[in-house]
Design a protein around this ligand. Sequence first.
Ligand code: PGA
Length: 254
Amino acid sequence: MKKTIIAANWKMNMGLLEAGSLAESFESFAAQAQPKSEVVVCGTFIQLPQLAQICRDVTFGAQDVYFEDNGAFTGEISSEMLLDVGARYVLTGHSERRHVLGETDEIVNKKTFKAVSENLNVIFCVGETEAEREAGKTNQVLKRQVEKGLEGLFSSHLERIVVAYEPVWAIGTGKNASRNDAEDAITKIKEVMAEMFSEEEVANVSFLYGGSVKPENVTDFSNSPVIDGVLVGGASLALETFAPLVEAFEKRDI
Ligand code: PGA
């Protein structure tokens, strides 16, 4: 079912001490505020056991997963291992994995398929680079990433899919997409998904915006009826910048 999600992507940041105390501050905030939105924290693999101890009103997840069950895949982590530690979410297709770590649409697809098949919720990320936007290829890129990334998924898998539109040029740059750009991209993504599944099924999927979301610009997104939440990197590394994002979505009157 569609819900509002405010997701933190902590990326490769913080040792256990710092991450533990930030997780505790997120948890006390969520326990007290009882937001309608789901607050999700995606930590590094080694932070997960600690998040499992701390998180009650916050849901936690991982930033990556491998698509095999087990075996000779040095350094990788399986869906089952994530479930074992209590993680409920995982990111797939994040632009840093695509563009820094070389993940192809095929790899993103295998990871997404495996994770949803194992009952993990997946925040599936798509987005164009600056050069692709300037060349007028945004819609084409989104169509390809969605068609390839979600290929082979069954309708029953859709309830565990959340889609995040994250233009690469807006991630970690301080330069956010405009509300209109985000709405146009999400509308395009929905169109492509409606052809793969059905309009009714896609209507139940949550669509997030990500890319330099911060307290100063969050209302651009929280006031949009098309945007069901945000995926946040930099501003999720302190409660002072993360809590206002949750609060903004509480105040939306849509
Ligand atoms: P940012 O990162 O908020 O720091 O731009 C967003 C993301 O990578 O998910």
